[in-house]
Design a protein around this ligand. Structure first.
Ligand code: FAD
Ligand code: DLZ
Length: 509
């Protein structure tokens, strides 16, 4: 009896659960480039090209490994347009009566499969994560708060990474305090490893150019790794050249350097080209061999076994309505410059143009620039969520939504973040070189050239006083605000209101 084995675009791992359970001799693998997946948000063309090229090369790898693979390119005239419809077509074609599916990373697709195939679909948990959704549920049960730090400590104990028996190496779980150096004058590495498009990728680039040229983002040059061998080379390049300074400059931003010491590995990891434990062990070895300091290795490993696993746990724990949460009742439309980069704010311009060119921006740009602005301005978190889901090559809802709805927009009411990640321009000035070349003046708190982050920061605190004034982590901010002279406070609020009106009118700002 033939069974179909579905491999989705972000399931490109040779040991993916559905494949591990299948029989090479009789089962058939199916993969499909479909309009529905490519268009449920207007994905960045680089993201689509990366995934299609990686899917095609993964299909070739499976064939070389002896699997029978049915692969549907986007422009196949028989392409049925969606994953469930492609499954139905392939079932009819092969006579298969059962489909093996590794759980998708989004409720949307999981539900579509369940609706389309209530009986013929056998589901397998995605074992590429270090903490299963059940294990996360058990961890969360009965806890008053679900803070990442405690989850992370459990993960350190469970994985044994950077442990000395039951104690953390170096005597501390977390070296975050050492990881907040402002932007360096020069970056001593030349960024992520880049690859020339091979024949498969070149063909995909032409396809994506034809089909998705109106989507936001530059398709070329596409320099991403598109298979596991290249992704492993990118990992080792990162460890050799950038990891030692990753910790120190994790929060820094530079106008002339889009990557600093970041790994730029998330898209490979999330698509299945790299394995989280493989990455963490390589980073741990770099520390043990004396190549990288502990604050770098610990900081990096925390992102993977801590934040990455934690946000996935939150996404599946919180359920389908998570992306619709709006605890602060924010209703503003996403400003149109998020789709153009056409703004006088130097930090926003740098983050959005990096996003347009690379389908990438690093964490602090996502959190403290574009995310911070949207939160301060009161943008509808669902609109913010859809933007992030579309524009980054590493974005799938399981990882994007808790970062946007939870960490960045506080729309889940404080499940992920204990206080909103808001800051005035002073933070951006401290951590970057953006303010030096900005039209606005970061030192101006009021007036026509006042940094919009300054005006909106106080406006945010003022309008959400009822919710946040009692939060001990925000008491200082409210004390500072309350100490300001009343006429100055009124000038700030008036300036912010005027700015928000300009924003609503679609004016360049
Ligand atoms: P590095 O800085 O080198 O970090 C190493 C790795 O740690 C990353 O590759 C990533 O796998 C992991 N990591 C770090 N922080 C997080 C985090 N908060 N959540 C999950 N994994 C993390 N990450 C995504 O993978 N997809 C997204 O769609 C996504 N959306 C985000 C939206 C917002 C508003 C914010 C604040 C963060 C988002 N992140 C997302 C997390 C983080 O910004 C990216 O993982 C990181 O910027 C990817 O670049 P990098 O590989 O150079 O990461
Ligand atoms: C993101 C994406 C895109 C753009 N295209 C496809 C596709 O054509 N075929 C496919 O199998 N997967 C694609 N993906 C990834 C899926 O959207 C992803 O598997 C789900 O969102 C679940 O994480």
């Amino acid at each position: 009896m033939t069974r179909l084995v579905l491999i989705l675009g972000d399931q490109l791992s040779p040991d993916i659960a559905a494949l591990a359970a299948a029989d090479k001799a009789s089962d058939v693998v199916m993969m499909a480039e479909v309009r529905d997946e490519a268009a449920y948000v207007p994905h960045h063309p680089k993201k689509i090209a990366f995934l299609f090229a990686a899917m095609r090369k993964f299909a070739d790898r499976l064939r070389a490994d002896g699997w029978r693979v049915l692969y549907t390119p986007l422009d196949d005239p028989d392409n049925a347009g969606s994953i469930p419809a492609e499954i139905a077509r392939r079932m009819a074609e092969t006579g298969a009566t059962e489909v093996f599916v590794t759980e998708p990373g989004e409720w949307r697709l999981a539900d579509a499969l369940a609706d389309a195939m209530p009986t013929s679909c056998r589901r397998f948990a995605d074992t590429r994560f270090l903490c299963s959704t059940d294990a996360f549920r058990r961890w969360a049960e009965g806890r008053k708060t679900l803070r990442m730090e405690y989850f992370y400590r459990d993960m350190r104990r469970r994985t044994g990474l950077l442990m000395d028996g039951d104690k953390p190496l170096g005597g501390k779980w977390n070296f975050d305090h050492d990881n907040r150096k402002p932007a360096p004058d020069a970056v001593l590495c030349d960024g992520p490893l880049r690859f020339e498009p091979d024949a498969v990728t070149a063909e995909v680039l032409d396809l994506v150019e034809r089909e998705f040229s109106s989507n936001f983002g530059n398709l070329r040059p596409l320099w991403f790794a598109t298979d596991a061998t290249q992704a492993a080379a990118a990992l080792h390049h990162f460890i050799d050249t950038a990891l030692p300074r990753f910790g120190d400059y994790q929060d820094a931003m530079l106008t002339g350097d889009r990557f600093l010491y970041h790994s730029v590995l998330s898209m490979y990891l999330n698509a299945g080209l790299l394995d989280p434990m493989q990455i963490c062990q390589a980073v741990e070895n770099a520390y043990l061999s004396g190549h990288a300091p502990l604050n770098a290795a610990e900081g990096f490993i925390r992102q993977i076994i801590g934040w990455r696993e934690y946000v996935r746990g939150i996404y599946f724990l919180e359920g389908r309505d998570y992306t619709r949460r709006n605890a602060l009742n924010h209703k503003r439309k996403l400003p149109s410059f998020y789709w153009t980069g056409d703004t006088d704010m130097a930090c926003m311009k740098a983050a959005i143009t990096a996003t347009r060119d690379e389908a990438y921006a690093h964490h602090i740009q996502r959190l403290m620039v574009t995310g911070n602005f949207a939160l301060l301005a009161g943008v509808d978190p669902f609109e913010v969520h859809e933007w992030y889901l579309a524009v980054y090559a590493d974005a799938y809802e399981w990882v994007e939504a808790p970062n946007v709805i939870g960490m960045s927009q506080f729309a889940d009411g404080g499940i992920v973040a204990s206080k909103p990640y808001v800051s005035s321009g002073a933070y951006i000035d401290r951590m970057s070189d953006h303010c030096k070349g900005c039209t606005y003046r970061v030192k101006h708190k009021t007036g026509p050239l006042a940094c919009p982050f300054n005006l909106l920061y106080w406006h945010f605190l003022d309008r959400h006083r009822d919710r946040f004034a009692a939060n001990p982590r925000m008491a200082n901010m409210y004390r500072t605000w309350d100490r300001m002279a009343e006429d100055r406070r009124n000038a700030v609020l008036g300036g912010a209101d005027a700015l928000l009106r300009r924003l609503d009118a679609g004016k360049v700002m």
